[in-house]
Ligand binder design. Sequence first.
Ligand code: PEP
Ligand code: MN
Length: 360
Amino acid sequence: MENKKELRKWLDDMKLSHPLLIAGPCSAETETQVLEIANELKATDTNVYRAGIWKPRTRPGNFEGVGSLALDWLNKVKKDTGILTTTEVANPNHVELALQNNIDILWIGARTTVNPFIVQEIAESLKGTDKIILIKNPVNPDLSLWLGAIERFYTSNIKNLGAIHRGFSTYEKTKYRNNPEWQIAIDLQRKLPDLPLILDPSHIAGRRDLIFDLCQTALDLNYDGLMIETHNDPDNAWSDAKQQITPEKLKNITQNLKLRKVSDDDEVYQNQLNKLRAQINLHDDQLLNILGKRMSVAKKIGALKKKNNVAVFQSKRWNQILEKMIVEGAENKLSEEFIKKVFKAIHQESINNQDEIINN
Ligand code: PEP
Ligand code: MN
């Protein structure tokens, strides 16, 4: 993508405080609820009020949103509080209604990002708009699908883009409702360094007590903003009740978060950092060198297996290596999770190499 710099411009243009804070209920329920939450949010740092009005539910029978009726309520929020507004759009009809009603920011939901057909339709319906469009990650952990959606908007000449990281579905249950898979968002930042990135800790956590730590991690990773579901009566919310927090709690969270600077020009800091980075570079070279050596031995084993017509994968040997490395890893203060990831990757590469040798 060209002109990536333009992507971050809207944050500065709108003089929005950093990090951007988007808060408000999962769903607009009633006019009173919407306005009451907005009124309570005045006492927080919220710059943008969120409320879903067309709700994509995983299963039928759940509350599907009040629909276009709530567009008026959002305009009242803006009039009463001066806070900007945002809602989710999932088709060109939603786009048309949201634009007609001057909603400031539109977001694309996780269940929409997975579908290139619908993303394309929405992108075309927004062609050339100055509106800010925020694109949530797809429900499945697929960076190229996320990037593809962003690219569709960008090629529709929509320059005020941002991404929202809301976590990814997994079959196995973890403590999160949607696994954060931070690496995917880090890779997105690496590929599009000027794309504003916002964390939605609510849909990652699925429960209130994990929200603070997720927000702090995001700030430590240099995210540009937070989108936090906030409700005046969370326990009785019509959707996502378990993860919503009160405006009071939101205030408490933002007051306790530690803001990190992007960098620091301080000379002492820069000197120390450069020295440490030189050491890291040296170790990275050593790592590559030793990995190369290990792989050439693996290739020799591949040739030997070929000569003797022995299978590439030897499960007993692999289990021995892994067990030994986990123990020795712990002695070197390396976590079991890390050791498993690293050695699985090394082992897979050896297998690929040996496989090629055996079959050629
Ligand atoms: C939401 O923000 O309320 C929502 C439906 O989110 P997601 O698309 O991330 O599931
Ligand atoms: Mn929600």
